[in-house]
Design a protein around this ligand. Structure first.
Ligand code: NDP
Length: 335
């Protein structure tokens, strides 16, 4: 059984000393338990936060403990009602080959799900994040302008496609020409702007001639500063993440943007609401999401792109790729 544990807490970007691959015996499941073999491991930006010993919505990973993460696994042995050998399940087993479970917080995906890994993406946490954050907090109306960054990633891509379904003008922001082309040509956004462009703020202004009504905040940094002067009165800002700042210890360099941010919120009467997907919305919202998203995927109204990396041992490098914008689509490790 291979597992990847947190060896030391990184300052800035994780490096080769941050995570360590360990070998141990395959655990055995006892009475009322099942043995699960990981098939796919999800990599997500929040994992960087779990490496810090800081107050957050979830406990940090302890030194020497395996990294947390959602997996799609296969049942190898089972003494748990409702789970049979061969079933695919969604579970929080972390970065390891095998885990023992009593079935708590494990979702059975059946013996033959069409796209098992999608439970980690479009049909799972990132898809639901996009759906609930946009519709319940962003409340987009037809004809309004919606802006979202990390637009080729699982959250941003879904936000933009749902906003198109709702009749909005959708402006994506992504890193590089290839991602921007995908966002417009395959995902159907109206425009996509490269945040690495020198004149990014000017391009964003041109792309939003009627201002911005919903800014779905995924990244912070330069993108947020470009958005601020364009926000319309009563704009909504679901605050989902700020990946541009995840690797910065302390405060970023440069001028203090606090007054500009708070001043805009005040003058433009912007509704700003942070949310954590695990506990910010009720079970009804989840049911709505699962039903609507299943329909949209079947009708081809929502498209989904994954990047599959082979091998658990390659997960640490893949996580850094994700944090640095070198992933393209939902990052999943085939274990
Ligand atoms: P992605 O797979 O899209 O990966 C993150 C992307 O962020 C990178 O690929 C990169 O895309 C972009 N990025 C990185 N650095 C910068 C930067 N400095 N400026 C602009 N863009 C940058 O991630 P997800 O779709 O999984 O997650 C998107 C956001 O949603 C994250 O902030 C994440 O933490 C958050 N999230 C929050 C949840 C919640 O409950 N609140 C739940 C799930 C996700 P590019 O190359 O295009 O710039």
């Amino acid at each position: 059984n291979r597992k990847i544990v947190l060896a030391e807490r990184p300052v800035g970007l994780p490096n080769e000393n941050t995570l360590r691959l360990e070998q141990s015996e395959v655990p055995t499941a006892g009475k009322g338990e099942m043995l699960l073999r990981t098939v796919y491991l999800s990599l997500d930006p929040y994992m960087r936060g779990r490496m810090n010993d800081a107050k957050s919505y979830a406990e940090p990973v302890k030194i020497g403990e395996e990294m947390t993460g959602q997996v799609v696994a296969k049942v190898v042995t089972s003494d748990v009602d409702g789970f049979a050998v061969g079933d695919f399940v969604l579970a929080g087993n972390g970065w390891q080959d095998y885990a023992v479970s009593d079935g708590t917080q494990v979702l059975n995906l059946g013996t033959d799900p069409e796209n098992p890994s999608w439970a980690l993406g479009i049909m799972g946490m990132p898809g639901y994040t996009a759906y609930a954050g946009l519709l319940k907090i962003g409340e987009p109306k037809a004809g309004e302008t919606v802006v979202v960054a990390a637009a080729s990633g699982p959250v941003g891509a879904t936000v933009g496609q749902i906003a198109k379904i709702k009749g909005c003008r959708v402006v994506g922001i992504a890193g590089g020409a290839e991602k921007c082309a995908h966002v417009v040509d395959n995902l159907g956004f109206d425009v996509c702007i490269d945040h690495k462009a020198e004149d990014f703020a000017a391009q964003l202004k041109d792309a939003c001639p009627d201002g911005i009504d919903v800014y779905f905040e995924n990244v912070g940094g330069k993108v947020l500063y470009g958005v601020l002067p364009l926000l319309n009165p009563f704009a909504r800002m679901p605050v989902c993440g700020m990946v541009a700042w995840y690797n910065i210890p302390g405060l970023p360099e440069g001028p203090d943007m606090g007054p500009a941010i708070m001043g805009t919120i005040l003058r433009m009467k912007v509704k700003v609401q942070g949310f954590i997907i695990f506990d910010s919305f009720g079970p009804e919202t989840y049911k709505e999401f699962a039903a609507e998203m299943t329909g949209w995927l079947a009708e081809g109204k929502v498209k989904y792109k994954e990047q599959i990396v082979e091998g658990l041992e390659n997960a640490p490098a893949a996580l850094n790729d994700l944090l640095l914008g070198r992933s393209f689509g939902k990052m999943v490790v085939k274990v």
